[in-house]
Design a protein around this ligand. Structure first.
Ligand code: 9YT
Length: 130
């Protein structure tokens, strides 16, 4: 059994800040934990817009606080996000994520994030080189 608390992740290598300052991701579970997915508690800072395209990963995102929107660039649709909303990038959709208020998002990735990935300029994480 794995038991972790958010407070234990602060200022460790499991707390990762976006290079552009738009978000901070606290990684509860990573590939090395061997559970088949990674799970992050992510804050998207108020007033930011982030372009994302996870071409190698499926991500499920559950909002537990804050307000924002996601623009699906494959379809042009815009969906409001608030406490109780889940969106799932099951088709690897390119999108903009905008936060009107700081959003707290619980994010699950398959395959799991290793932990040392950096969002490329194209907005995705590379797969680990095995
Ligand atoms: C919602 C989203 O994908 N935000 C970017 C950060 C990512 N969730 C992460 O690495 O935790």
């Amino acid at each position: 059994m794995i038991v972790r608390r958010l407070i234990d992740l602060n200022e460790t290598d499991r707390e990762v800040k976006a290079p552009n300052g738009n978000w901070v991701s606290r990684r509860f579970l990573l590939k090395g934990d061997n559970v088949g997915f990674s799970m992050h508690d992510t804050l998207i800072h108020a007033g930011t817009e982030t372009y994302i395209w996870y071409k190698y990963h499926v991500e499920a995102v559950y909002c537990v606080s804050g307000k924002g929107e996601i623009e699906n660039l494959e379809t042009g649709e815009i969906h409001n996000i608030s406490d109780g909303t889940i969106y799932v990038l099951n088709l690897h959709e390119r999108h903009y994520l905008r936060a009107y208020e700081t959003m707290r998002l619980i994010c699950v990735f398959n395959p799991p994030i290793v932990g040392n990935e950096v969002h490329t300029e194209e907005g995705y994480y590379d797969l680990p080189k095995e």
